[in-house]
Design a protein around this ligand. Structure first.
Ligand SMILES: [Fe+2]
Ligand SMILES: [Fe+2]
Length: 279
């Protein structure tokens, strides 16, 4: 059985060079996307509770790694939120987060459910690898797209964390006893998780982050509309190389060759789809 690596916190809020903030270089589309991302990241404690349930009875290092992971995700939320508050003093992380929490709870985070909604711990880890591949490539894209020095630094630090998270879940997947899942089963789980990203989480976080409470009455939440706005705001940051890296990470997580035909096929497909959405 493979050993799950001991996990170390890489940085704290005090390590960020906040004084280098340059208001002139804040780009409104990216700011809107960062506000929404801050809420999703800040929501990590719910995922920790869920994952700990999935891994109930596991060795203490596994539980500790999940807890450390959750703390790092919440810190991503705090760092992005603080940056957004500097860039737009009318934005308040805690306030926007409270609204997001009130209106968004995925089914499987509710109490009373046991085990993984993916059917197995291995399946759960593939789904986590998909998410970490997505966030790792997303923050790399933001780091490369922005000219604002503090956001560059934060996005760079977060992208590195997300890559470590990917490796954690990749190793945890391979450390699970029992037979490996078949390639197609794994691909289905991965594609299923990618499709879930179209759910309320992204659209509603964008809404709560970018529509202030006093405007709620005149601008009510419409999932389709805000999903489109959320995609448009974040897609602008991506270049094809980020998407290719994302797909390679996902393909590796399902045990296929990251430089083979599956990666090329899905890379081209996803890039076309994202380009159409961002247009
Ligand atoms: Fe994160
Ligand atoms: Fe992560």
């Amino acid at each position: 059985m493979a050993v799950v690596p001991v996990y170390k916190q890489g940085w704290t809020m005090d390590d960020i060079h906040w004084s280098l903030f340059d208001r002139e270089k804040v780009e409104p589309n990216l700011l809107a996307a960062i506000k929404a991302a801050a809420l999703v990241e800040y929501n990590a404690p719910d995922y920790v509770t869920y994952l700990k349930r999935v891994f109930a009875g596991s060795a203490p290092p596994t539980v500790a790694a999940i807890e450390q992971w959750g703390q790092e995700e919440a810190q991503h939320g705090r760092a992005l939120g603080r940056w957004a508050e500097m860039a737009d003093p009318s934005f308040k992380l805690e306030e926007a987060f409270a609204r997001f929490r009130k209106g968004y709870t995925p089914d499987h985070f509710g109490d009373g459910q046991q085990g993984s909604v993916r059917g197995s711990r291995r399946g759960e880890m593939i789904a986590r690898c998909v998410v970490e591949s997505g966030t790792s490539s997303y923050y790399s894209a933001i780091r490369d797209a922005t000219e604002e020095p503090v956001l560059q630094e934060i996005a760079g630090r977060i992208a590195a964390d997300e890559y470590r998270h990917y490796k954690l879940f990749y190793d945890l997947q391979n450390a699970q006893p029992g037979p490996e899942l078949g390639l197609w089963k794994k691909l289905l789980i991965a594609v299923g998780r990618v499709r879930e990203s179209d759910d309320d989480e992204l659209a509603f976080s964008y809404y709560c982050a970018n529509v202030p409470p006093e405007k709620e009455a005149v601008t009510p939440y419409e999932r389709k509309k805000f999903s489109k706005m959320a995609s448009k705001a974040s897609m602008a940051a991506y270049h094809r190389k980020h998407i290719e890296k994302l797909v390679q990470m996902v393909v590796k997580a399902v045990g296929a060759n990251p430089h083979g035909w599956i990666a090329s096929f899905f890379g081209a497909l996803l890039w076309r789809r994202l380009a159409a959405k961002g247009a």
